[in-house]
Design a protein. Structure first.
Length: 112
């Protein structure tokens, strides 16, 4: 039930409705959704990303939901590992030769 005691629905919930009728923000990977629809659990490696109008939607790793880098399984990595270096949701790369992954202040890293 919502705070007003009404059943959770599109009329009173911008996020999603849990199985027990509660309205939640819908931004959790375990309870993702919007527009008063039933919350869903995002299947790994998908993450719950904001829709911009309230609530979220399950989506794969991309520049909008990952400050680090996206590995080959579409999982967001920190991007600061020498074998998985990158930033801004781009594909992770392995630093070659003597290059090391240099962390950036805004997330992820760059091979240098």
């Amino acid at each position: 039930m919502t705070d007003a005691g009404e059943a959770c629905s599109a009329f009173n919930c911008e996020g999603c409705c849990t199985d027990d009728g509660r309205c939640v923000d819908g931004l959790s990977t375990l309870a993702c959704g919007s527009s008063g629809n039933r919350c869903v659990e995002c299947s790994s490696p998908a993450m719950c990303g904001e829709t911009g109008v309230g609530g979220g939607t399950c989506e794969m790793c991309n520049p909008f939901n990952c400050d680090g880098c996206c590995d080959e399984t579409d999982t967001c990595r920190s991007g600061t590992d020498d074998l998985a270096c990158g930033h801004a949701g781009r594909a992770c790369t392995a630093c070659e030769g003597v290059a090391l992954c240099d962390p950036r202040g805004t997330g992820g890293g760059i091979c240098r």
